[in-house]
Design a protein around this ligand. Structure first.
Ligand code: FES
Length: 167
């Protein structure tokens, strides 16, 4: 998918503002991820041209760190912790349940762009295992039975926002 001209200009600006730093690539990619929510191949090509760094190197960095994303994420990013403490409390079943209810696999986004499911590592809330976070809000001890309730909370939030916009 071609990136918009405006996004291209924004990426060039980010590159220019860090060009002369000693190792600017991570900072540039972080800023692009933060501003646009993902770093598609086309954006990597712009960075490659501007920074004179091979696309393969940039692609390697983007795919190595899981806080970079090649595809747009949903409005609500559901992170299910698969760290040891959560895993032994059956967090695999929790992520499977999210996947079943939303009809997507971990790493994917629902067609309406609302939800992304991610398998995450320990988020430092082991005492609350199995822990789930949605856009940073932690849901402690969230078993399989709590999954639908969490999804409903955000669907209702969306419905309320839509109703507000229509009013
Ligand atoms: S292992 Fe899940 S929060 Fe630590």
């Amino acid at each position: 998918m071609p990136i918009q001209e405006e996004a291209r200009k924004g990426i060039i600006e980010i590159c220019e503002s860090h060009k002369n730093e000693p190792s600017p690539l991570m900072v540039v990619l972080e800023e692009i991820q933060k501003k646009y929510g993902y770093i598609p191949l086309e954006a990597q090509e712009v960075v490659s041209k501007e920074m004179n760094i091979p696309v393969a190197e940039i692609y390697g960095v983007v795919t190595f760190y899981n806080f970079f994303s090649l595809t747009p994420k949903g409005k609500y990013v559901i992170g299910v912790c698969l760290g040891t403490a959560c895993y032994v409390k059956a967090s695999q079943a929790v992520i499977d349940k999210f996947a079943t209810v939303l009809g997507i696999k971990p790493g994917e986004t629902t067609e309406d762009g609302l939800f992304t499911i991610e398998a995450i590592r320990c988020m430092g809330a082991c005492a609350l295992a199995p822990a789930v976070s949605v856009n940073g809000k932690v849901y402690p001890m969230l078993g399989v039975d709590g999954v639908v309730k969490v999804i409903d909370e955000y669907r209702q939030k969306e419905a309320a926002l839509e109703a507000e916009e229509e009013a």
